[in-house]
Write a protein that binds this ligand. Structure first.
Ligand code: GDP
Length: 439
């Protein structure tokens, strides 16, 4: 399991910790930790903000400074929550003002030497009287309304920026793999979502996404994190009665913008339609990795559909995606879903793969020896001077030519195939640019 960085919510009872908890996690009811071997009953959830994943802990309505023996064990839990936390969100109540219990908690937090953000909650529509709370001695003060969501985005920006660097989104290799479930209506995207999210108790939460009104879901499976992009959009589209085709294309394009890997969901019972290829085309143009998920395989198998025949149909209808792996799945039974995720992992890796300039030039030189470069028009002789990989996700290559001509598309395709055969790049589209050195 990857240990996620932790953010703990601390404060006396009724300051609004669970409201803030639910606001950040996008759910009504907090989930209780019941991991085996753990006596903790703190509320916790996994969430993410702007691509940074973290574990959120609600330490409950506990009085840290209390000597009351009845509160002892509970306080102990809160202490442990604080100990584990990378960042503490310390909540106080703007309406109630500063109370002695707040000061007691502040003392404990200072003693623990934690990164603390002071959250003045219930600050909606009023000047929250921050001076009072300034006495607690914390520099980072954030007025919010957990109830109405005001100020929560800014607060999360601040909290996430104080997490250990490894969990921050710029380190994409350590961040969750972003997956977009795309496909035409009724292929089973919502069912797959339910299967994925339903599979892991307490490890998923809906979270406010980076795009207006998009909600993503974080999934942790086999120690890996996945961010399912725009899960709300998939569910919303499912409920529509009109214009469904159009809306699912719009939804697909929008979620592709933010994904690393597209999971193209096909319907094994209905077979392929033009719209499958349309959506697949968008995934490729967007430069995303692609995994083809042939869904409803339970039913197709029962109806006697043969694997070999169906795969041939897929390859025929989606020729341009010949590099994308195909996984047979059933959202209904769960069959193949684990493999779908591990395949997506491999594709995600392939999208970020780099080959060295030496390796690439040797390969291209051999390819050109076997089959001389061909211009798009005319018969002018042209040779390849140099090749290099200039980018990842999607892997992007530049070929420098001796003369200013367009390479014939079939020759570009030939080079792409050579690169793919030599270096893998399973599921990743390869972008090839041609440059000419002018004399
Ligand atoms: P969406 O429009 O792509 O989100 O599709 P839904 O998830 O709503 O699924 C459309 C229909 O297909 C529903 O009636 C599902 O119960 C059914 N369905 C989805 N996945 C499977 C599957 O793996 N096997 C079977 N037999 N039915 C499925």
């Amino acid at each position: 399991m990857i240990a996620l960085p932790k953010i703990a919510l601390v404060g006396r009872p009724n300051v609004g910790k669970s409201t803030l908890f639910n606001r950040i996690c996008g759910r009504r009811k907090a989930i209780t930790d019941s991991r085996p071997g753990s006596t903790r009953d703190r509320n916790y959830a996994q969430a993410s903000w702007q691509g940074a994943a973290f574990e959120l802990i609600d330490t409950g309505g506990l009085l840290l400074g209390s000597d009351d023996p009845l509160l002892g064990p509970a306080s102990e839990q809160a202490r442990r929550g604080i100990e584990e936390a990378d960042v503490v969100l310390f909540l106080v109540d703007a309406r109630a003002g500063l109370l002695p219990d707040d000061e007691a908690i502040a003392r404990d937090l200072r003693r623990a030497g934690k990164v603390v953000l002071l959250i003045v909650n219930k600050a909606e529509g009023r000047a929250p009287g921050l001076e009072d709370f300034a006495r607690l001695g914390f520099e980072d003060v954030w007025p919010v309304s957990a109830e109405h969501g005001q100020g929560v985005g800014d607060l999360l920006d601040a909290a996430v920026s104080r997490l250990p660097a490894a969990s921050r989104p710029e380190q994409t290799e350590d961040g969750p793999l972003k997956l977009a479930l795309v496909g035409r209506p009724n292929t089973g995207k919502s069912s797959m979502l339910n299967r994925l999210i339903g599979a892991e108790r307490a490890l998923v939460s809906s979270i406010p996404g980076t795009t207006r009104d998009a909600v993503d879901s974080l999934l942790v499976r086999g120690g890996r994190q996945y961010l399912l992009v725009d899960t709300a959009g998939i569910r919303r589209t499912r409920q529509l009665k009109e214009n469904v085709d159009h809306v699912s294309v719009v939804q697909a394009r929008r979620s592709l913008e933010r994904a690393d890997v597209a999971i193209l969901v096909l319907d094994a019972v209905e077979g392929l339609r033009d719209m499958d290829a349309t959506i697949a085309g968008y995934a490729e143009k967007a430069g995303r990795g692609v995994v083809i998920a042939v869904n409803k395989w339970d039913l197709a198998r029962a109806q006697g559909v043969r694997q070999k025949d169906f795969l041939a149909e897929v390859r025929d209808a989606l020729k341009f995606l010949d590099y994308a792996p195909v996984v047979l799945v059933s959202a209904r039974t769960g069959e193949g879903i684990g493999r779908l995720l591990t395949t997506a992992d491999r594709v995600g890796e392939a999208c970020r793969k780099r080959v060295t300039t030496g390796q690439l030039n040797r390969l291209v030189a051999n390819a050109a020896k076997a089959y001389a470069p061909k211009a798009a028009k005319g018969a002018a002789a042209v040779s390849i001077l140099f090749a290099s990989q200039i980018g990842i996700a999607p892997p992007t290559f530049v070929i420098s030519l001796s003369h200013p001509v367009d390479l014939h598309f079939s020759y570009k395709r030939y080079l792409q195939n050579k690169i793919r055969t030599a270096f893998g790049f399973e599921g990743a589209p390869l972008f090839l640019k041609v440059r000419t050195r002018r004399h």
